[in-house]
Design a protein around this ligand. Structure first.
Ligand SMILES: NC(=O)c1ccc[n+]([C@@H]2O[C@H](COP(=O)([O-])OP(=O)(O)OC[C@H]3O[C@@H](n4cnc5c(N)ncnc54)[C@H](OP(=O)(O)O)[C@@H]3O)[C@@H](O)[C@H]2O)c1
Length: 312
């Protein structure tokens, strides 16, 4: 009988818990962990076929963890949003880890629902049915009420107007991270050169008290935000990303949805209603990436070059 695929988890939060539970029910997979901060070595030095790093969003904070897992001979999947296309953040770190992974014959993948699917892999799939792409519009409305408190505060929920502005200034309030990464993944596959990416982030304040599963928002505090990122190529908007995240989207008169419009000589519009569920979607796509990361070429790969994730 074939050996089970060994998968170790670093980070003992929502994503690692959900993915490890999902994989424990899957035949042919042995799950190690999830391991928290004080069991770092058990996760990263396990030599598992795949190490899943689900800790933070930032390349700088996962780089040493990725290095240690790769040095121990493991393929790595990380949910850090910046890892979906690490060259957008720090090309030197990305190149160094890419080279290390090639030397060791393993792959590194930044995976998740967003980035990793909604604004990139799915967009590329839709582009497959048109003869030519002139521009892209991708819209997503997300119900944030199921997110953990640390993630909510970091993306910008539960703040007074002052702490939101101060957090933006200090870099501790980021909005959703991942649009430049998704845009670069799509641009890379379509052979588009991005000149610049313009970014807007607008807080949305609660009129009444609203409750998420991990925190309560008082009237006057942020209950969500709107983001608009536009990638410009050849002097015109090539990729427009509109994102609304809110702990009670119905209070805005809206509802979770995903929509992709591919503009060109033959326009295509695809919608998912209700929108892709952030918790189930993220956990599934990470679990469903285990086998494709093992099969991928060595080095730091992106979802733009891998086959679709499927539940096997
Ligand atoms: N690409 C995607 O689509 C996608 C999807 C889901 C999540 N994510 C990202 O993945 C990350 C994990 O998400 P989550 O929902 O599981 O978060 P979470 O519930 O807050 O859990 C994070 C876990 O990682 C630990 N941790 C945080 N910072 C760490 C660090 N610098 N070093 C070591 N451990 C650290 C935390 O430990 P403590 O409790 O001790 O702090 C906790 O165990 C977040 O950054 C989130 O934004 C991305």
């Amino acid at each position: 009988m074939a050996q089970p695929l060994r998968v170790a988890f670093y980070g003992a939060g929502q994503v690692a818990t959900n993915v490890s539970e999902l994989l424990r029910r899957r035949p042919g997979v042995e799950v190690l962990g999830p391991y928290g901060r004080d069991e770092r070595e058990s996760a990263l030095r396990s030599g598992a076929d795949v190490v899943v790093i689900a800790t933070t969003s930032f390349l700088a904070e996962i780089a040493d963890d990725v290095r240690d897992a790769v040095e121990a001979g493991s393929n790595v999947i990380t949910t850090a949003e910046e890892a979906a296309y690490p060259w957008a953040n720090d090309a030197a770190v990305a190149d160094r880890l890419d080279e290390l992974a090639r030397e060791r014959g393993v792959s590194i993948l930044g995976a998740g629902l967003n980035p990793g699917f909604a604004f990139d892999a799915l967009v590329l799939t839709v582009c497959g049915v048109v003869p030519e792409v002139e521009s892209l519009l991708v819209e997503r409305v997300v119900d944030l009420s199921g997110f953990g408190e640390a993630v909510l505060r970091r993306i910008g929920v539960g703040h007074s107007p002052e702490s939101f502005v101060e957090g933006r200034r200090a870099g501790t309030v980021t909005g959703h991270i991942g649009f430049p990464q998704s845009m670069n993944v799509v641009a890379g596959r379509l052979g588009v050169e991005i000149e610049r990416i313009d970014r807007e982030l607008e807080p949305l304040y609660a009129d009444v008290q609203l409750a998420a599963s991990s925190l309560t928002v008082a009237p006057g505090q942020t209950a969500g935000f709107r983001q608009r990122y536009t990638a410009v190529s050849h002097g015109r908007v090539w990729f427009e990303a509109l994102f609304t995240g809110h702990i009670a989207p119905e209070a805005l008169g809206t509802a979770p949805r995903d929509a992709i419009t591919v503009r060109g000589p033959h326009e295509v519009h695809v919608e998912a209603i209700p929108g892709l569920n952030p918790q189930i979607g993220s956990a599934s796509i990470v679990a469903n990436s285990i086998r494709r990361v093992v099969a991928a070429r060595p080095g730091w790969v992106t979802v733009g070059e891998l086959p679709p994730a499927v539940p096997v």
